[in-house]
Write a protein that binds this ligand. Structure first.
Ligand code: AMP
Ligand code: TRP
Length: 351
């Protein structure tokens, strides 16, 4: 049976979105919405795997939704909703808890990073997080998942879960009319563009993240033009002479990061951005000033309108909640028949 192409992706409502979220993932979401049926989720159940203040969580769910719309996701073209409104995610995640193996989850590097030294104190949800992520994708039998580079390992796990489910229940799946034995597709990661891994502005070896204690390390989608300019001005560079080639630049994490960010913001190639760096450089300590000025202009041109739209949308939470309720209703309608078939295949009795 032919599986229709379908896109699914999500972000956690744990503070405001930053340039890494935007360039690593959202730019591709917006592009794919023109060519594919897309579902974009605010993954609130993932957020509560670590402690969230309830009032802040509620506000962050609305803010991420506002950011989705402000950045260009159209609730008429794509389905936009928050995860907890569609119970099928949690239901399928339980079944996947019984399919995935402990050994697989033990290899997840994000859990090790997030749990830190005191692993005994991490929530069970944080450990099982990748199973919920697999359920998010597979409850719609989605085939393409646009994400940043850091989600590669979780996507591999989702593929392993899909494969094991198909193998474990092969006979039932065939009996249900899937003659090739494929009930769940192998979801493909879509990790493309010049900035699939945006690094901290303070340390080119660390990824830009919501949880970095230094606000100077990231540009938020809600930062004012002045703050954007200041953060870029203070962004770390190094004291070496300019690299001669793009390959040479790859060994210079801070420079490489700024050039990649420029390319993504200006919708150009990394080669073209590198040429701009060479053309705008001057001798002496202000080597990068010209390039940083261009980068600031590009960032403000792209992010300024998004920021104003987020602020405008946040003024009307009732309207945001309506978008979420409407998206959730459409998502439920897609997930329900898949969940019914999963229950039949596994041998559960349903009404
Ligand atoms: P999160 O904020 O962890 O929910 O991430 C949402 C999306 O943004 C995921 O697809 C991540 O891979 C992507 N992402 C987060 N941080 C970065 C970064 N520094 N560079 C590129 N992509 C990122
Ligand atoms: N784990 C992803 C992140 O932290 C968020 C996420 C949850 C997700 N479920 C997903 C991404 C499904 C893609 C598809 O970035």
């Amino acid at each position: 049976m032919q599986i229709e192409p379908r896109v699914f992706s999500g972000m956690q409502p744990t503070g405001s979105l930053h340039l890494g979220n935007y360039l690593g993932a959202m730019i591709n979401w917006i592009k794919m919405q023109e060519t594919h049926a897309c579902i974009y989720c605010v993954v609130d159940l993932h957020a509560i795997t670590v402690w969230q203040d309830p009032a802040e969580l509620r506000s962050a769910i609305r803010q991420v939704t506002a950011a989705y719309i402000a950045a260009g996701l159209d609730p008429k073209k794509s389905i936009l909703f928050n995860q907890s409104q569609v119970a099928a995610h949690a239901e399928l995640a339980w079944i996947f808890n019984c399919v995935a193996r402990l050994g697989w989850l033990n290899r997840m590097t994000q859990f090790k990073e997030k749990a830190g030294k005191d692993r005994e104190q991490a929530s069970v949800g944080l450990y099982a997080y990748p199973n919920l992520m697999a359920a998010d994708i597979l409850v719609y039998r989605a085939t393409h998942v646009p994400v940043g580079d850091d989600q590669k390992q979780h996507l591999e796990l989702a593929r392993d879960i899909a494969q094991k489910f198909n193998n474990d229940f092969r006979d039932q799946i065939i009996a249900h009319g899937y003659r090739d034995g494929v009930f769940f597709p192998q979801p493909e990661p879509v990790i493309t563009g010049p900035a699939t891994r945006v690094m901290s502005l303070r340390d080119g070896t660390k990824k830009m993240s919501k949880s970095d204690p230094s606000d100077l390390s990231r540009i938020s989608l809600t930062d004012s033009d002045d703050i954007i300019a200041d953060k870029i001005k203070r962004a770390k560079t190094d004291a070496e002479p300019l690299p001669n080639t793009v390959e040479e630049m790859a060994k210079r994490p801070e420079i490489d990061n700024l050039v990649g960010i420029y390319a993504a913001l200006a919708d150009t190639s990394k080669d073209a951005a590198f040429n701009l760096l060479l053309a705008t450089s001057t001798d002496g300590p202000s080597l990068f000033t010209g390039f940083k000025r261009n980068l600031t202009d590009a960032a403000i041109a792209k992010l300024g309108p998004i920021r104003s739209e987020i602020i405008r949308l946040m003024d009307d939470p009732v309207e945001i909640d309506k978008v979420l309720a409407n998206g959730a209703e459409r998502a439920r309608a897609l997930a329900a028949p898949v969940m019914d078939q999963v229950k039949d295949i596994v041998g559960l009795i349903r009404s």
